[in-house]
Design a binder for this molecule. Structure first.
Ligand code: GLN
Length: 236
């Protein structure tokens, strides 16, 4: 936006990260704009959990397939690719997908800027619609804001893409769709790691248990003591 004097101005309530055009995540710099969600510090716990599971009990010879659904700015996939996970492990394959072509452009630029573009394949996909492989670990920070919660969101958050926030009437649509489709895309014994909204622990745990194929293996709290990350493993 430019004012009458030709000076660039910003809309009120524009998040500072959009004004600056960047956000820090896992110690890396990510370019962000209105096309993508701004990475949040609590999502770093998801990256740490995925890296921990990926490294557990694996040898250098193992291949490791990871899928990041709803990648947005690419923060999760890129941090995994740039982190200890792939150090000395050339056969770690990461696919990052999003339904938004705009978000994928941002993510690809971020991968280039962080030197990991050759380690991630970007796929435009509505969750699993265009995904073909099977994975050891599937990670996702899906949209999880419920309809009535929009009334309580700060103005700054409402500047972020609705498609990246809105999780259906009760906020749980993406968890249902992901868990439903998982058996076709996860390797036996594989893990799914998702971020959840505050107060969603029981509902998402129920969805996982009712599937009959998975069990909740761990729930990670954020630094405010809020249940934030659910890790489930394929047991059947
Ligand atoms: N993966 C991105 C993040 O964690 C985007 C998530 C989303 O768009 N819902 O910030």
């Amino acid at each position: 936006m430019t004012n009458r004097c030709g000076i660039k101005t910003v809309e009120p309530y524009t998040p500072i990260q959009y004004v600056m055009g960047s956000a820090e995540f896992c110690g890396l710099d990510f370019r962000v704009d209105e096309r993508v969600l701004i990475p949040r510090p609590e999502t770093e716990l998801l990256v740490a959990s995925a890296a921990r599971l990926a490294l557990r009990g694996r040898t250098r010879a193992d291949t490791l397939n990871i899928l990041d659904l709803c990648t947005g700015s690419g923060n999760i996939a890129i941090s995994l690719a740039a982190g200890p996970l792939t150090k000395g492990k050339s056969n770690c394959k990461i696919i990052a997908s999003d339904i938004s072509a705009d978000a994928l452009k941002v993510a690809a630029r971020n991968a280039i800027a962080n030197g990991v573009y050759n380690r991630i394949e970007f796929v435009k996909s509505d969750l699993f619609s265009d995904i073909k492989d099977q994975f050891d670990i599937i990670v996702s920070n899906p949209p999880y804001i419920a309809e009535n919660e929009f009334l309580t969101l700060q103005e700054e958050v409402l500047r972020e893409p609705r498609i990246a926030l809105y999780g259906g009437v009760d906020g749980l649509d993406f968890y249902r769709r992901i868990i439903d489709a998982l058996p076709g895309y996860l390797k036996r014994g594989g893990y799914v790691i998702t971020e959840i909204g505050y107060q969603q622990k029981n509902a998402v745990s129920d969805i996982i248990r009712k599937s009959g194929a998975f069990e909740v293996s761990e729930i990670v709290k954020d630094r405010n003591g809020i249940d934030r990350i659910i890790i489930a493993q394929w047991i059947n």
